[in-house]
Design a protein around this ligand. Structure first.
Ligand code: PBG
Length: 325
């Protein structure tokens, strides 16, 4: 460390012009690091706006192809698909139906845009009539029975052509369960990105309108983590890696910058962070009311997530951010 001091040292020298500032910029956003979450619904020619998330829509598979082409043209890292089923039931059966909406969407988009990385979100909450992320027994989510069904979700998505599966349910042992199911079905090569440290967060509110996945009773606190815990988040990540997760995720992103940093330092594995619906909606709503400059707030929040240590960011801003860089 240099011992030079003011007036020899003047940090403002490197801030004087845009060219100098550009030269010393430490953190960069690259389109390949951005993953775009998309919501798919049955039908044709459907593009239905989500009120709580301006700029976000539910699309039918044919419209999804247009978004997939846009994602590929921008060089995005990929898209992650969430499904709105035709009907919900107690076990979320459309989630693991070979002809379910996500399986259909994966086949359609991979046929049209084969070079695009397509990720399947593996969960039951959009598909169950009670809205929880697993099946119920005695009023709570039955862990092991849910893991069995999640394995089936992953395998049907893999058969449809998904490049990567991403379990977001927070059941114990689900990465091991999904790994075993994939391997047995001939998909030993298919990587898993686990939502490893996922908190029971208020910031998922707008997503539940987009995906129609609000729990019909209670909340998700018996399976998602409480936001007060950091050591537990590291245990969750460590367990998922031990079970075979290839990429681990921290979610939400901006409220968890400390955990993103800690996870990057403690584990060094590829790390994703999810800038969730509420983080997106806050910026959009404030900008609509003239309270924030939207492009700058978007850029600053995404850069902060990268600077904290995330290699990959899931964000509804993905195409707009990629156009801006
Ligand atoms: C479903 C799931 C949720 C999100 C991603 N997958 C909602 C939840 O857990 O309630 C939230 C994403 C967002 O808010 O943008 N398990």
């Amino acid at each position: 460390m240099s011992s030079a001091q003011f007036p020899t040292v003047r940090l403002r020298r490197l801030r004087r012009t845009p060219a100098l500032r550009r030269l010393v910029q430490e953190t960069h956003l690259v389109p390949s690091q951005l993953v775009w979450p998309l919501f798919v619904t049955h039908g044709e020619g459907v593009r239905r706006p989500v009120t709580a998330m301006p700029g976000v829509t539910q699309v039918s598979p044919d419209e999804l192809v247009k978004d997939g082409e846009r994602a590929a043209a921008l060089g995005l890292g990929g898209v992650i698909l969430f499904g709105i089923p035709a009907a919900k039931d107690a076990t979320g059966s459309e989630a693991y139906d070979e002809r379910g909406i996500v399986q259909e969407a994966i086949r359609t988009v991979k046929r049209a845009v084969p070079q695009l990385l397509v990720i399947g979100d593996v969960c039951l909450c959009e598909y169950t009539d009670h809205g929880h992320c697993g099946v119920l027994r005695d009023g709570d989510v039955d862990n092991d029975a849910s893991v069995y069904l999640l394995g089936k979700v992953a395998v049907t998505q893999a058969r449809a052509g998904a490049d990567l599966v991403a379990p977001s349910d927070m059941m114990d042992g689900r990465v091991a369960g999904i790994r075993k199911a994939l391997d047995a079905a001939g998909f030993a090569h298919l990587p898993i990105m686990s939502y490893a440290a996922k908190f029971a967060s208020a910031f998922y509110g707008p997503f539940r309108e987009a995906a129609g996945s609000t729990p019909q009773f209670g909340d998700r606190q018996t399976y998602q983590m409480q936001p007060a815990n950091a050591d537990e988040a590291m245990r969750e990540i460590g367990l998922d890696l031990a079970e075979g997760a290839d990429i681990v995720m921290v979610k939400p992103a901006l409220p968890c910058l400390d955990l993103i940093r800690r996870a990057k330092e403690e584990f060094g594995s590829p790390l994703a962070a999810y800038q969730v619906s509420g983080e997106y909606a806050m910026i959009k709503a404030a900008a609509e009311r003239g309270m924030l400059d939207e492009p700058r707030a978007m850029w600053e929040s995404l850069t902060a997530i990268r600077r904290a240590g995330a290699d990959i960011i899931l964000t509804y801003f993905a195409p707009v951010a990629a156009e801006a860089v």
